[in-house]
Design a protein. Structure first.
Length: 358
């Protein structure tokens, strides 16, 4: 009987130790923020203005106003949108004739950059960036690829004001290019291939080309603070945290946060509002009209997610390390408590087993 009593004590001690360890482990997991996914897209409005039937670019100015552009036309034309109704409430034009304008971005100085980079037949000797500054005459920058023509629909501009172009490779790995030297007017300025961009498999449906659309880059954007950069496909947006160096190419080598954008007829436009909301825009396709949708909290979700170390171009050594997050000491303490109490529970169980043998 004494042996049975001691055995029950050993089992009870073991159970108490496991329970304490489980509770503290749960506490540890809850103490570490996992980076919640952003909300599902919210329908804002339907695009009914005929000038934006082929909506292909969105950008948000320093004042928070939303601007859009269409794929096509004989001159640069930007349209200010009411983001709640999709009504055109302002226009801005430039006497430049693009070949195939595909994306719109805003530089840190407030200038609008139009990416005249479309080349479905891959036959252009040069592509172009058309710049509409806040004040002064528009500028034309012609560019050449180092490895032959590409079709491209995504333009990114980081804190350094240097443009980055991401190509449209149907179902393949996109190329990432930036100027090899300061931009000339009108140029051409040579580009250099600086990296590549690919995406994990996606189950999101939508777009005009089926499953291949999940890997096909159709637009890009940077957040107002330039701390997050995004690429979109016909089905999803992929958001990357920008390293402290501000290098967008390095950011695109990290692991992105997926933001599904299902059911868009031909999604090609992307932008960020100042509050971190992601805006998504689609062309009209047949009877399925394009629309503007919003994903609140997209920037916050990206920054909360654990950032992957960039494969290339890490921050320079002189950059001071970021301070440890507030939850780290508590997490370390909880982890240590789990280990200590686990060892204590094991010792109790061992002691009880030894007594049962007496």
């Amino acid at each position: 009987m004494p042996g049975r009593t001691s055995l029950r004590g050993a089992e009870r001690a073991r159970g108490i130790g496991l329970a304490i360890g489980a509770v503290l482990l749960l506490t540890l997991l809850l103490a570490v923020p996992a980076g919640a996914a952003p909300a599902a897209p919210e329908e804002r409005c339907t695009v009914t203005d005929r000038r934006l039937v082929e909506l292909s670019g969105l950008a948000v100015g320093p004042d928070g106003r939303v601007w859009a552009m269409s794929d096509g036309g004989r001159r640069v034309a930007l349209y200010r949108l009411d983001p709640g109704t999709c009504a055109v409430i302002g226009t801005r034009t430039a006497d430049l004739d693009p070949y195939d304008a595909e994306d719109l971005a805003v530089a840190p100085d407030g200038a609008f950059w139009v990416a005249d980079t479309g080349d479905n037949d891959r036959a252009r000797d040069t592509i172009a960036l058309l710049v509409l500054p806040a004040d002064g005459a528009p500028r034309l920058h012609r560019l050449t690829y180092p490895d032959g023509p590409h079709d491209a629909e995504a333009l990114l501009i980081g804190a350094d004001g240097v443009p980055v172009i991401v190509t449209k490779e149907v179902g393949g790995i996109a190329g990432v290019y930036r100027p090899a030297e300061p931009l000339a007017v009108p140029g051409p300025t040579p580009l250099m291939r600086a990296g590549s961009a690919g995406f994990p498999r996606s189950e999101t449906s939508g777009g005009p080309i089926g499953a291949l659309g999940a890997f096909t880059v159709t637009g890009g954007a940077t957040s107002a603070g330039r701390e997050v950069v995004a690429l979109r496909t016909y089905t999803d947006a992929w958001l990357y945290r920008v390293p402290a160096s501000g290098d967008l190419v390095a950011a695109l080598q990290g692991t992105p946060l997926q933001v599904p954008l299902p059911g868009e007829p031909q999604g090609e436009a992307l932008a960020f509002l100042p509050d971190g909301t992601l805006l998504s825009g689609s062309e009209t396709r047949g009877l399925d009209r394009g629309r503007l949708r919003a994903v609140p909290g997209a920037v916050a979700a990206t920054l909360a997610a654990a950032p992957a170390e960039p494969v290339v171009a890490p921050p320079p050594p002189a950059t001071p390390p970021e301070p440890a997050p507030d939850w780290l000491p508590a997490a370390i303490g909880a982890g240590a408590a789990v280990v200590v109490l686990g060892l204590a529970a094991g010792a109790m169980a061992l002691h009880a087993r030894r007594r049962s043998r007496v």
